[in-house]
Design a protein around this ligand. Structure first.
Ligand SMILES: [Zn+2]
Length: 128
């Protein structure tokens, strides 16, 4: 039992981000938080943490786009390819990278909300 009087361990930022990246519940670390690709489950199937009120929204899109644009700018300055190379390169890479990255970034967002939001309701994100 931790200082909050629960059986769930206090997690460091690194552990919290790791759980979000893996798509695991930020409280118990076992339940999956995704139903499908980007849809968050209403509650953790293992510990019952209510995730339906999370507020991650589209917050994962901005960092994903920043990563993609950074890569494109880096390729432009490093190799100076023709425009058609960018078009051929970034269509498929952007699609695949975004599909892989978005659920991980959204999971990190939900996990960080759970860690940093304070609420007195133990089943809500941020609750003990
Ligand atoms: Zn859980």
């Amino acid at each position: 039992m931790n200082e909050n009087g629960t059986d769930y361990p206090e997690r460091t930022i690194k552990e919290t981000i790791g759980l979000g990246f893996a798509g695991r519940c930020p409280r118990c670390g076992q339940g999956r938080i995704f139903r499908g690709r980007l849809e968050i489950v209403d509650e953790c199937p293992v510990c019952g943490l209510v995730l339906s009120e999370h507020d991650a929204g589209d917050g994962a899109v901005v960092p994903a786009l920043l990563i993609l644009v950074t890569l494109a700018v880096w390729v432009e300055f490093k190799y100076e390819p023709a425009l058609w190379v960018h078009i051929v390169l970034w269509g498929p890479i952007g699609t695949l990278l975004t599909l892989w990255l978005l659920p991980r970034l959204k999971g990190i967002g939900v996990a960080l909300q759970h860690k940093h939001r304070s609420t007195e309701v133990p089943t809500k994100p941020g609750g003990a």
